[in-house]
Each structure stands twice: as C-alpha cells, then as structure tokens.
Write a protein that binds this ligand. Structure first.
Ligand code: ZN
Length: 242
C-alpha cells in the first residue's frame, strides 16, 4: 500500500499499539497494570444486576415520557465513574468492552424487549476531536452481546451545555431540538441490518448512553425516534448520576 493512501483508521490503529506498548494499560478502578478493568473492580459494574426491573427512579415522573423503560447498571461513583471518565476523556477505548457487556447484562436481566440498539450521540465535532463517540462504542458492544442489530441513526444537531451545569427545568430545554434522525429515510430496514439513516418505523429501540441524570437527554432522543415512527423506545445506561 502506498503510505500516502493509508487510511486514517489504520494510522490510528498503529498509533494505538505504539501507545499501548509505551504506556501499559492500567485498571481504571485501582490502577493495577493489566486489563482496563481488573477482576476485582469489574463487579462494581454489576451493582444493580440483581435488582428487579422497574425500581423507582425518584423522579417527579417515574420514567421520563416517552420512554417505556429505563435501566442502569450502577450509581455514578467510585470505580464506575473512574471507568466512564477514562473512556470519555483519556482515550481508553478498550473500556467500551466491559462497559457495554455490563449494559447488556443488566438489560438481559431487566429489559422487557427491544429489537434495535441505538446510542445517544455526542456532537460530531466532539466525536472528531476525541476520535470516537464513547456511547456508540458501548452501544455496539451491548448490541453484539444482546444479539440485536445496531444503528447509528441519531445525530446531535446542536451542541448542548453539559447537563450537570443545569437544573432540572433547564436540562429539558437544553436538549430540546438537539437531536435528529441521521439522513432520514436514506436506507430501509428489512434484512435485519440497519444503516445510518435507519428507518425506525415499527421498531422497538433500545437507547444506550454512558450516564443519565434526569433522563432528559434520553427522553429527547426517544421523542425524535417516536416522531420518526418508532413503536417504542427503552433505554439503558451504564450509570445514573443523582
Ligand atoms: Zn482494578
């Protein structure tokens, strides 16, 4: 291959290996050298695994309309918060595997149904700067483990203020109109494979995100999907911040 034609993804993969060799991976929880989350820290992701589905959220409306179901793996603290920060801000992409598997485990245990997995996208500029969209990585892993198709079918059309800087009412206003269907109607569902610009009509979508607080962001995405004809929208996140 002519080096000038080397795709960016290949360059990135090589760079990742070089960096991995130079900086051996450490556990995001305890700092021990080895996998991105070691065996003693992994169970933190399953803090809620054995809880029954539908545990009250302590929100004014139990589940933000129009979500059908909302589940999460663990509280946003300690090892779980450290792991999500490492995935989001420190480029530790390998964490998507254990985090996505945790989301799949919780959903397998508590989820009522869904036939298509999607993620809550970050703004394209942020994904470009970071090199990836962390929620997409997690959602892809979860979809694989749930044996469901994945579609990168939503886009964030407007950059939003970080939700943790806002109070409850402002959070809903902040995300209103922030999402849209990607390339609406540009591809069809039918062979079980869905491409960006997915037709979500009649589908039961499982939204995956890294952290939820009030659920306003998930509800905004669900509204867009239902307006595009989705039959129902449920959601699972890795953590919930209170
Ligand atoms: Zn550890």
């Amino acid at each position: 291959m002519n080096p000038s034609e080397t795709p960016l993804s290949v360059v990135r993969a090589i760079l990742d290996r070089v960096l991995d060799a130079a900086f051996p991976a450490r556990c995001a929880g305890c700092g021990r050298e080895g996998p991105p989350l070691c065996r003693s820290c992994l169970p933190a992701l399953d803090a809620r695994l054995d809880l029954p589905a539908g545990v009250p959220l302590g929100l004014p409306a139990e589940i933000p309309v129009p979500l059908l179901q909302l589940e999460w793996c663990a509280p946003f603290r300690g090892i779980v918060r450290d792991a999500l920060h490492r995935l989001k801000y420190a480029g530790e992409r390998r964490l998507a595997e254990p985090l996505g598997m945790a989301a799949a485990r919780r959903w397998e245990r508590a989820g009522v149904g869904a036939d298509l997995v999607m993620h809550v996208p970050v703004h394209a500029e942020r994904a470009r700067a970071r090199g990836y969209d962390q929620a997409e990585l997690v959602a892809r892993v979860a979809a694989r483990h749930l044996d469901l198709p994945f579609a990168a079918g939503l886009v964030r059309v407007r950059a939003t203020t970080a939700q943790f800087d806002l109070d409850r009412a402002d959070r809903a206003a902040n995300v209103a109109g922030a999402f849209a269907i990607a390339g609406a109607g540009s591809s069809r569902v039918g062979d079980g494979r869905v491409r960006p610009g997915a037709d979500v009509r009649g589908r039961w979508v499982l939204l995956v995100d890294d952290v939820m607080t009030t659920g306003a962001t998930l509800a905004a995405c669900a509204g867009v999907l239902e307006a595009a004809g989705a039959m129902a929208v449920s959601a699972v996140t890795i953590a919930r911040e209170r």
